[in-house]
Design a protein around this ligand. Structure first.
Ligand SMILES: C[S@@+](CC[C@H](N)C(=O)[O-])C[C@H]1O[C@@H](n2cnc3c(N)ncnc32)[C@H](O)[C@@H]1O
Length: 345
């Protein structure tokens, strides 16, 4: 393969097939590898059924080394992980102990050169009920946001949310500089102060959505035991996969947004609505192509489906050919008719 293939799912092992992709070619990665010892995906070469949790970490590191090679220097990786409880000390923790698999993997990735920019809590609004009586029900998973460099492409305006409160007492009162009790790594509120002119609750385009996301688990009824909900993928995609990338300079374009007031008769109040406008262009007289999101563990193809719905290109890898067929069908269904120009359906 010389150029980057687009809107296709490659069948095979993630690390092996990633080696075929050109360096610095994908804009972002959104993925959920098999969690440790929780599912059997019906293939001898699958990741997830290693003898110990540390072997699972060692098995994923080559995949992430390939991701480090294929992602653009401006790119980001969103990594969804869940944990499991040990049943025997041979797995890496005493029986009943959490294996801390996500923590082990992300510490290994940080040691391997990844910058851990966020740890998002995916708070499931419809968690699996459980009959356990000696610990709490599990209601969240994590989504790590990783980059290769401190500067990367991130479109916060595309994912801002309406402010919940009005200006109120807090507006205009962000701290000037750091308080005397602040330690060397304490947050600096200067940016917030600039965004809060008198009477404004915050940034005029809305607030940063924060790192706790309320999303229901997927309701898709296909023949696969673990799939992303569409709502978990949309925000990472909009923030880190440009809608248009210049073919000359490689710059990802962002949109300008405007806000207008919308009156709600039901709530008897006005809310601010953010609307996308024109692109902020790079200035080259060259055509653009959609940004590309990669998922090396495709499963049912949620990432491809959300990419198509939002006019981004995708590329996926999946070991089990049955799931490849399932994903291709799901992506076709999600695109509807006519599909976005970026999509081959
Ligand atoms: C957690 S599921 C991904 C689900 C996906 N996010 C979705 O929305 O459907 C992990 C997937 O990785 C696949 N897989 C397991 N080992 C693999 C490997 N070595 N290379 C590529 N895919 C693999 C499994 O077959 C499974 O479909």
């Amino acid at each position: 393969m010389s150029g980057l293939p687009r809107n296709i799912i490659l069948t095979g092992d993630a690390a092996t097939r990633l080696r075929e992709l050109p360096p610095e070619s994908v804009d972002c990665v959104i993925t959920s590898p098999p969690y440790y010892a929780l599912r059997d995906y019906g293939h001898d070469d699958q990741i997830g059924l290693e003898a110990t949790v540390d072997d699972w970490v060692s098995g994923l590191l080559p995949v992430f080394r390939e991701l480090a090679r294929v992602i653009k220097p401006t790119g980001g990786v969103w990594l969804n992980l869940g944990d499991s409880f040990s049943r025997h000390k041979k797995y890496g923790a005493p029986p009943k102990g959490l294996l801390l698999a996500p923590e082990r993997l992300v510490i290994a990735l940080a040691a391997d050169g990844w910058l851990v920019r966020n740890k998002v809590i995916w708070n499931k609004t419809n968690p699996m009920p459980s009959s356990i009586t000696d610990r709490l029900t599990l209601t969240y998973e994590v989504v790590y946001f990783l980059t290769r460099s401190p500067r990367y492409w991130f479109d916060l305006n595309a994912i801002r949310e309406p402010h919940r409160s009005g200006g109120g007492k807090a507006a205009g009162k962000a701290a000037h500089g750091k308080p005397t009790w602040a330690g060397p790594l304490a947050a600096n509120n200067e940016g917030l102060r600039r965004e809060r002119p008198a009477g404004q609750p915050g940034h005029p385009l809305g607030k940063n959505p924060g790192d706790v996301w309320q999303v229901a688990t997927s309701s898709y009824r296909g023949d696969h035991p673990a799939m992303f909900p569409l709502g978990l993928v949309r925000r990472p995609l909009l923030a880190t996969c440009p809608e248009a990338v210049c073919t000359a300079c490689g710059q990802g374009w962002k949109r300008r947004y405007t806000v207008r007031q919308r009156w709600s008769a039901k709530d008897q109040e006005a809310t601010m609505v953010r609307q996308p406008g024109d692109f902020i262009r790079c200035g080259c007289a060259a055509p653009t192509v959609p940004g590309v999101v990669l998922d090396p563990f495709v499963g049912t193809g949620t990432v491809g489906a959300v990419a198509c719905q939002n006019r981004r290109d995708y590329i996926g890898i999946e070991l089990n050919p049955d799931y490849v067929r399932l994903a291709e069908k799901r992506i076709r269904e999600a695109c509807g008719s006519p599909g976005p120009s970026a999509c081959p359906v």
